[in-house]
Design a protein around this ligand. Sequence first.
Ligand code: UDP
Length: 346
Amino acid sequence: MSFILVTGGCGYIGSHTLLEFLKNTNHHFLVIDNLSTGFIQNLEYLQNRFKNRITFFNYSLNNKEKLEQIFHTYNIECVLHFAASLSVEESTKIPLEYYKNNTINTTFLIELCTKYNIKNFIFSSTAAVYGQPEGEFESIDENFSLNPINPYGTSKMMSEFILKDSSKIYNFNYVILRYFNVAGANMDNDFLHSRALGQRSKNAIHLIKIALECAVGKREKMGIYGINYNTKDGTCIRDYIHINDLASAHLSAYQYLLQNKQSNIFNVGYSKGYSVKEVIDKVKEVTKQDFLVEILGNRAGDPAKLIADNRKILQYTNWQPKYNHLEKIIQSAYDFECYLRDVENE
Ligand code: UDP
């Protein structure tokens, strides 16, 4: 039997991607997560829905001995590597933690893959590797130069380089997915039976999540980080992609690897940008809730505009996004946020 190894499988993107793979393949999955930012509830949801197909290891990726045991024991066909620190702002304050957790641990994981002859590797990268491209452009394609402006982006860019260089020498293939801004919750949630998967966080940092916490009354107010950017309304523009579409991009990447036996890099987004103000207005409209929004100073490390040119993934893989609609993203995230609030109040 061959296995798919998923690091960070208890996190938001990892768990939704696992769901996609569990639904569409017959594999067994090995999940490694130290639960530092992941949630055991995400794993429980998946284990309840798909019995006996996930083996969980509560390890950190820097636990070399334990990790090696896994590689030694199981026949691993593919690695999906999600585990990472992911806050742009935090990375500017504790850069070494980001380089250790994101770059050094990834290097070790790649080393194990080479040692145990693993042939397929899918890596969670980010639009932050592009930094803030100069000049006039509407969207960013994969050939834009990499010029990260925060340690988070740099830590991911370096991992990309390490993957690229080692794959040539050790004869394995990778797909690097550069995520734009992910939001929303699983679309086939069954709230009636308390079976739901969505974005949990101990300390929310992402725009849509924070706005929705205001909408459900978990927070009193929120802030806009800067209104002096060179954009249509002065606030930052991002390309928001629904979590189920991001998850299915991984399945398409996996199928691409099996079929083509070659490496590639793909942006994952919708090629459509919304400003921070537009997103907050849309949250208020969808939820029919009003809340206080303050104007704050710029957040460290934020580029003004990040919109994906997604033509490459659409051309080279079978990826077909289904939820390219800001309202759907917000509605699904809101439903999940209401569910979380009700569960916590029980
Ligand atoms: N943002 C904001 N207020 C918040 C959270 C985020 O104005 O409470 C802005 C942030 O400065 C950025 C955009 O929303 O311009 C998206 O930020 P997020 O943290 O969601 O994702 P990032 O693009 O940083 O990965």
